[in-house]
Design a protein around this ligand. Structure first.
Ligand code: IPE
Ligand code: IPE
Ligand code: MG
Ligand code: MG
Length: 287
């Protein structure tokens, strides 16, 4: 996806923050991280749309930003001292270190509310029926992420099975990526069968994405990745790495990637390449 698109996503996020976050302290806290990430989630929604329709639609950008707003909210809360207690995020200090814990909690809350304000805007041009479907998809996914985060906390200091870790990843990371694919499908006018199939592709992509993240804890460079990488070990988290070891986690990522590529190929999409590109981006090759 072109850097022009990522710039446009960043621009839409800025405009929306100005419109919806009316308090200066809060605005400053929410913009601290917003736009600094890889923007994988809104890009995945746009890629899904493009794969179905065979062409891009830049006018949809303001409708896929809510996926990034929810993601950033979960990261701000994920980094809090009561959660992963992380100091570095997206190359800068975490929101609670810069603004204090209370403002960090509230910044996460504000981003979450804002995601739904954006979708409920009657001026968005999609009509109430589609808006309501997107709102339901995003609310359900957010609830699943929260449940996944509960499982992640419960997995600290315990030895989960690979199946339990895979299930936790389906929720904490997969649910929102599933919603991204559903957004693309709904906006492209796909039927329910294709929407559900693509949701599952997104969830599996989330599992791949999270296995990459787990492996980055050992092979990644903190300055390059831009976030605290030692927290999984310090907190004794249940991850694909702790359960399968580095080689096992790499083999798991390889087989998930193959499975995903086959699943996407079998969908007979107008242009599978955008989705295949994002699959490759979620894959890691450690050796
Ligand atoms: C980080 O997500 C959290 C995980 C689910 C692994 P990203 O790797 O997409 O982080 P940003 O959004 O680019 O910062
Ligand atoms: C973050 O998971 C996923 C969510 C915020 C839901 P992690 O705790 O594994 O991700 P990082 O390593 O902090 O980005
Ligand atoms: Mg976490
Ligand atoms: Mg974390």
């Amino acid at each position: 996806m072109s850097s022009e698109i990522t710039d446009q996503i960043r621009g839409a996020l800025e405009t929306q923050v100005e419109k919806y976050i009316l308090d200066e302290t809060l605005r400053s806290a929410v913009t601290h991280l917003l736009g600094r990430g890889k923007l994988y989630r809104p890009r995945l929604a746009l890629a899904t749309y493009e794969s179905i329709k065979g062409e891009t639609e830049p006018r949809l950008i303001p409708l896929v930003t809510p996926l990034e707003l929810i993601h950033t909210f979960t990261l701000i809360h994920d980094d809090l001292p009561c959660m992963d207690d992380a100091a570095l995020r997206r190359g800068v200090e975490t929101v609670h270190l810069k603004y204090g814990e209370a403002i960090a909690v509230l910044a996460g809350d504000a981003l979450s509310d804002m995601a739904f304000q954006v979708l409920a805007d009657p001026g968005s041009g999609i009509g109430p029926e589609i808006a309501l479907r997107l709102i339901a998809v995003l609310a359900n996914a957010t609830q699943a992420v929260v449940i996944g985060q509960v499982a992640d906390i419960e997995g600290e200091g315990r030895q989960f099975s690979a199946e339990q870790v895979a299930n936790l990843h389906r929720r904490k990371t997969g649910a929102l990526l599933g919603a991204c694919c559903q957004f693309g499908a709904i906006l492209a006018g796909a039927d329910r069968y294709l929407e559900t199939t693509l949701e599952e592709v997104g969830i599996r992509l989330g599992q791949l994405f999270q296995s990459r993240d787990d492996l980055l804890s050992v092979v990644g460079d903190e300055a390059e990745v831009g976030k605290s990488l030692e927290r999984d070990f310090v907190l004794d988290k249940s991850t694909m790495l702790s359960v399968l070891g580095a080689e096992g986690a790499q083999a798991y990522a390889n087989s998930l990637t193959n499975e995903l590529q086959m699943a996407i190929d079998q969908l007979n999409l107008a242009k599978p390449e955008p989705l295949l590109t994002l699959t490759r981006e979620a894959h890691i090759r450690t050796k």
